[in-house]
Design a protein. Structure first.
Length: 160
């Protein structure tokens, strides 16, 4: 018995084109079934807490950020909330009279440490909250309805 006979049928039962179409339909159906029934452990909701440094802010601006403020993206509120705000003297590195680098604190400008928190779904290698990627060292805009500051993410903690 030939694999494909002179009429183009496989084992004399089904046309080869029909067999290819049938296999493609079975493959697509099984892929869809797996996609909709398989629960991935990687797609879970977690709470993320991260601290943003807003360096060298004018003293009159440091009171703008308050605990409980909701962050915005575009014209919509996000699920990111200010958990804590700490105002410290502005840290900088300057040169002394000998040309050596020395750490010093600015008597006027302040460093503001804003701790934000929110829930997000971890489904990939990137943490995204409020339309911004959350990574230590990455630039982050702390913005609400009333203010917008550019800072740097200093610390990220994922709580499960």
């Amino acid at each position: 018995m030939k694999l494909v006979d002179d009429k183009g049928k496989v084992f004399g039962l089904i046309n080869i084109i029909d067999l290819i179409i049938l296999l493609a339909v079975i493959l697509v159906a099984s892929g869809a079934f797996y996609k909709f029934t398989h629960k991935s452990d990687r797609s879970k909701t977690v709470t993320v807490e991260f601290q943003v440094l807003l360096p060298h802010q004018r003293p009159e601006l440091t009171d703008a950020v308050k605990v409980g403020d909701k962050m915005v993206q575009g014209s919509s509120y996000t699920n990111v909330t200010v958990k804590d705000v700490q105002v410290k003297p502005g840290f900088s590195v300057n040169l002394d009279s000998k040309g050596q680098r020395v750490a010093s604190y600015d008597p006027i400008l302040k460093d503001v440490y804003v701790t934000n928190t929110g829930a997000t779904v971890l489904s990939s290698a990137t943490i995204t909250m409020g339309g911004q990627d959350i990574r230590e060292g990455k630039e982050y805009y702390v913005k609400s309805r009333d203010y917008e500051f550019r800072g740097t993410i200093m610390n990220v903690e994922v709580k499960e």
